[in-house]
Design a binder for this molecule. Structure first.
Ligand code: ZN
Length: 193
């Protein structure tokens, strides 16, 4: 650990919904993740149903930093630049810094609102949350954050068809076909990590 950034225990929000425990393997290469300061990311997609308390975890996984980088590099240059540009244009960095600095050890508050649109989590039907971890600790350098379904749709719209195909292949390979056949569009994984 670098000592410069604080680490805290991984909060329950990032435990695996299906096992109730910490993620311990990379989805892609199955590397063990909970040793020492092994670096990896967690992503979860959540859907809520209007009028119900229940929520569904649409997908969830952990991915080691090597696999995440390999996948990012396989994305077209144009898509990589589009994502960067989208974040530069849409994330209020000052506001973000303020939230992080005034709640240094309470990352739940960093996920109260969409990183991009600022909408409250309680008002969102779909969102994804992202965490950066070292072993059993949460790395608090930039993550965790929450991105609303609406923002993810906007990001999808700036990506090349090839990139979207790659994302969809990834989802099919690991999570199978979308469970809700009635939905016009499968809930798409948008790779931000
Ligand atoms: Zn891996």
């Amino acid at each position: 650990m670098d000592g410069k950034h604080s680490h805290i225990d991984i909060p329950k929000a990032f435990y695996s919904f299906s096992t109730g425990a910490l993620f311990d393997r990379c989805l892609e290469c199955e590397m063990y993740l909970l040793d020492g300061d092994t670096e990896y990311f967690i992503e979860k997609a959540i859907k809520k149903y209007e009028g119900f308390d229940a929520q569904d975890v649409i997908f969830e996984y952990a991915i080691c930093i090597q696999c995440a980088e390999r996948m990012r590099n396989s994305m077209s240059k144009a898509s990589q630049q589009s994502i960067q540009q989208y974040f530069m244009d849409n994330v209020d960095l000052l506001k973000r810094m303020e939230i992080m600095q005034s709640n240094p050890n309470n990352p739940e508050t960093w996920m109260d609102k969409c990183l991009i649109k600022g909408e409250r989590k309680s008002g969102l039907n779909e969102y994804q949350i992202y965490a950066h971890c070292n072993g059993s600790k949460l790395n608090l350098t930039q993550m965790p954050y929450l991105v609303s379904g609406a923002a993810l749709e906007e990001i999808s719209a700036v990506l090349s068809p090839e990139t979207l195909d790659e994302f969809d292949d990834f989802s099919r390979r690991h999570f199978g076909p979308p469970p809700e056949l009635a939905e016009p569009l499968p809930f798409r994984r948008v790779m931000l990590i």
